[in-house]
Design a protein around this ligand. Structure first.
Ligand code: SAM
Length: 350
């Protein structure tokens, strides 16, 4: 029976007990909040003061545009749906504003910063957080590969517990956003999700559908393995200093079952890059060029005819699944012609 229905408990006594319980809960929360590490609110005035103190200016070459709208920083973290099992990788620590916020929610945050001075300043900002691992270096080995130090740091953290999940969440440096997203889908450790800020123009390419001007190799590659959505478009005003173009927060959710449907994922990567290399040409001549030295024109025509693609077909009109099917048909033809079990494409688009 509920105490409030029991005549032996006067209403005032019940109210007093409830008030005491609420006060204890509030005191417990206040204590927990007091024990939480402090993360500085990085507004424009805070950042410009910190830069002035050390006599520096943000470096354009490294895409140093800091997100200064605190709600949007929170939105990146919320989009990643972080919890204590997550190993989050952030590329571009900056002054550590997103890092600090994510460290309060995730199990571990690995954050990478190329700029020595920013690395120093962020180390001071984040010193109270014991679940943050900071790496001072270029996150990329080259434009086709993530740096092994970054991959190894992620692998080490994942090895601690099999329940751990790897996610990428960042306000990415715009000049390297494309290689970071596309390399991670081919890396040894593929993020379960990527919640990142990128240029709006790149976001449009990632979500583009066949026949649109933005549809290309990147759209097919990423959509072939993931669900992609634009979470929020942002004006230059929310950054300091302001970039020249609009930005967007995107969410990329990896679909392992789609990956499993590819016989050779690296071949598909090379194939879509090669097939979108000459956008204006008909697909037949692009395929002839792509397989030059490996398949002759008749063999290319045999594959296209078997897959019902006429002389006027263009790559940009094909859905991802059609390109996947065509890719496999070419791969099988190469296996037959070369006798190799795992043939590679000789001419890859760049
Ligand atoms: N996380 C901060 C924020 O949200 O405001 C800073 C983001 S800022 C857009 C990008 C950061 O990435 C800069 O601090 C820049 O120095 C760093 N960066 C640029 N290229 C990098 C690379 N190749 N590897 C690691 N960090 C890089």
């Amino acid at each position: 029976m509920d105490k409030s229905d029991d005549p032996t408990y006067p209403a005032e006594a019940i109210a007093a007990v409830e008030a005491a319980a609420a006060a204890r809960a509030a005191a417990k929360k206040a204590k927990a909040d007091a024990n939480k590490p402090k993360v500085n609110r990085q507004t424009v005035s805070y950042l410009s003061r910190r830069f002035a103190e050390v006599g520096l200016n943000p470096n354009k070459r490294h895409g140093q545009n800091f997100l200064v709208d605190l709600n949007l920083i929170q939105m990146i973290a919320s989009t990643a749906k972080l919890n204590s099992n997550d190993v989050v990788l952030e590329i571009g620590t900056g002054m550590g504003s997103l890092t600090g916020l994510m460290a309060l929610e995730a199990g571990t945050v690995i954050t990478v910063e190329i700029d020595e001075y920013l690395f120093q300043m962020a180390s001071e900002e984040l010193e109270e957080l014991d679940n943050v691992i900071m790496l001072k270096q270029d996150a990329l080995k080259n434009k086709n590969k993530m740096h092994e130090n970054v991959i190894n740091a992620v692998k080490e953290q994942l090895a601690i517990n099999p329940d751990r999940v790897f996610k990428l969440a960042a306000n990415l440096p715009y000049n390297v956003a494309t290689p970071i997203i596309s390399n991670f889908l081919r890396s040894e450790v593929v993020p379960a999700s990527m919640s990142v800020t990128i240029q709006k123009e790149l976001a449009d390419r990632l979500v583009a559908k066949p026949g649109s001007k933005d549809y290309g190799a990147l759209s097919v590659w990423v959509q072939g393995l993931c669900d992609v959505s634009i979470v929020r478009v942002m004006s230059p005003k929310v950054f300091w200093p302001r970039p020249k173009v609009d930005s967007a927060i995107i969410h990329i959710e990896h679909r392992p079952e789609r990956r499993a449907s590819f016989a050779d994922i690296d071949f598909f990567y090379a194939f879509v890059r090669a097939m979108f290399f000459h956008r204006r040409k008909f697909m037949r001549s692009v395929a002839v060029a792509a397989f030059k030295g490996q398949l002759d024109k008749t063999q290319v025509d045999e594959v296209l005819a078997a897959e019902n693609h006429g002389a006027n077909a263009r790559t940009e009109e094909l859905q991802g699944v059609e390109l996947q099917k065509l890719c496999e048909a070419f791969r099988q033809k190469l296996i037959k012609v070369t006798g190799q079990e795992r043939p590679k494409m000789a001419n890859q688009g760049n």
